[in-house]
Design a protein around this ligand. Structure first.
Ligand code: UDP
Length: 351
């Protein structure tokens, strides 16, 4: 089968990061074809794709049909469940979706001659981190929850397929949106720090805030960490910088690059209190006072990426700072699309 060098199959392209990657792929001249089961994804998020087919990555017949129709030269694999807490409660759901279905997906692609795959992985593959130094790719991988293990198993399987070159991108913390393209995150539940700060600050509708457990306001989880101000430190990058890294990884593979793994972060850490301060300033809400709660179980004190390798090999460096993450998230969270999506998901969850 003659492959089309511009066509890229994007699994999970109706999700948060996948939809931004589709946007950047299109701008870069590729033809992104999205497949998504819409279990968590949103149909509106596929608007920017050249084509969309609804279906499951674990359905080999479906994947073969899409490959026959579009003849992609490469795939970006985003489709996965992402909640650490849920993975502890329902490990089989995570191993089925993130590992077994990913295995079917990769093997089916290989069978169709798709030899370039970029895989959306996570810092959770490293497991317990007690040091505060930036993490390199050669750090041992010892996941401490089914989410991290399922992603590591998928990485390992992908690497083992003869004739397929792949890049695993291990993300740290991702935030922000591309409101001008009608894109942003619409998770339900929403556990991430930046949306949980931004929603109360922009006075999001009460129904949205209470559906997301924000009725009593934003709370800092733990002020007794061994960090500069007692709150946990993370490495945040803007979702458009992350999307850009995928396109660079794709080009690297298409130009003959070998299978590899890259951490993606800015190399700089922000504490929860520093993010709160940045949000107060960026959104001009000096009156904002967060509440405090006990630590969230399983949260390490500090997680910072050493992304030297991505800089050296992919020439990737994040360009958008924390203010832009907050500002773009605020614009997105004010949009009717976001509000409607959360209210719909809340209605379904309660029915
Ligand atoms: N966090 C918080 N309050 C919240 C949500 C998150 O204090 O409502 C903290 C969380 O404990 C962690 C940091 O913010 O230290 C980043 O959390 P997030 O869930 O965004 O990403 P994670 O690093 O857990 O993947």
């Amino acid at each position: 089968m003659q492959l089309d060098p511009s066509v890229v199959l994007v699994s999970g392209g109706a999700g948060y990061i996948g939809s931004h990657a589709v946007h950047v792929l299109k701008t870069a001249g590729f033809t992104p074809v999205v497949i998504d089961s819409l279990v968590n994804g949103n149909l509106w998020a596929t608007r920017g794709a050249s084509a969309f087919r609804k279906g499951d990555i674990g359905d080999a017949g479906f994947v073969r049909t899409v490959c026959d129709e579009f003849r992609p030269v490469a795939a970006l694999h985003f489709a996965a469940f992402i909640e650490v807490g849920e993975s502890v409660k329902a490990p089989e759901k995570y191993f089925m979706n993130n590992r077994e279905k990913a295995r079917v997906f990769f093997d089916t692609l290989a069978g169709k001659g798709v030899r370039n795959v970029v895989f959306s992985s996570t810092a959770a593959v490293y497991g317990e981190v007690t040091e505060s130094a930036p993490i390199r790719e050669d750090r041992p991988t010892r996941p401490v929850n089914p989410y991290g293990q399922s992603k590591l198993d998928a990485e390992t399987h992908l690497r083992s397929i003869t004739g397929v070159n792949s890049v695993a991108l291990r993300y740290f913390n991702v935030a922000g949106a591309e409101p001008d393209a009608g894109l942003g995150e619409a998770h339900f539940p929403e556990t991430h720090l930046i949306p949980r700060i931004v929603l109360p600050l922009i006075d999001a509708p009460e129904a949205v805030q209470s559906a997301l457990g924000l009725a009593t306001g934003f709370k800092i989880f733990g002020t007794d960490y061994p960090t500069r101000d007692g709150t946990a430190v993370r490495d945040y990058i803007h979702v458009m910088d992350l999307a850009d890294a995928h396109v660079r990884a794709l080009r690297y593979l298409l130009e003959g690059g070998k299978t590899d793994v890259f951490n993606l972060g800015s190399g700089a850490g922000y504490s929860v209190k520093e993010i709160v301060e940045a949000a107060r300033t960026t959104l001009k809400r000096s009156d904002f006072k967060p509440g405090v709660e006990l630590r969230r179980e399983g949260d390490p004190a500090t997680l910072i990426a050493d992304s030297t390798k991505a800089r050296d090999i992919l020439s990737w460096r994040p360009e958008r700072g924390v203010e832009h993450m907050i500002d773009s998230a605020a614009a997105w969270h004010r949009s009717p699309t976001y509000t409607d999506t959360i209210l719909k998901k809340a209605t379904i969850a309660s029915s």
